[in-house]
Unconditional design. Structure first.
Length: 101
């Protein structure tokens, strides 16, 4: 290699290094801005990472009584299949088009 080629390669390496350094500085400034924004809104993140509150027993839509355990997937499918069979029998018996619930 000639000395001129070596200087060109060295200059290219320095240019790439400067580009990488400017990119890193840009990322550092963005991260600093985001962390300062988060520190200003720390009260909004209060409880983040804590376990979620259990669902209210009033909103549970399963089971046949108040403290019924949550049915498994197979039990839910069995109940759905029974509902569909009963609905089909009622349609055959009364021959009236009724809206689905």
């Amino acid at each position: 290699m000639d000395l001129d080629e070596l200087k060109k390669v060295q200059q290219q390496v320095q240019d790439v290094g400067q580009q990488i350094q400017s990119g890193v500085q840009l990322v550092e400034s963005e991260v600093g801005a985001v962390t300062s924004d988060l520190s200003q809104t720390a009260d909004a993140w209060e409880g983040f990472g804590e376990p979620a509150a259990p669902p209210s027993p009033l909103t549970r839509q399963f089971g046949t009584h108040i403290h019924a355990p949550e049915p498994s997937w197979s039990e839910q499918q069995e109940q759905r299949r029974i509902r569909e069979r009963v609905r089909g029998r009622l349609r055959k018996r009364f021959h009236v088009k009724r809206p689905r619930d």
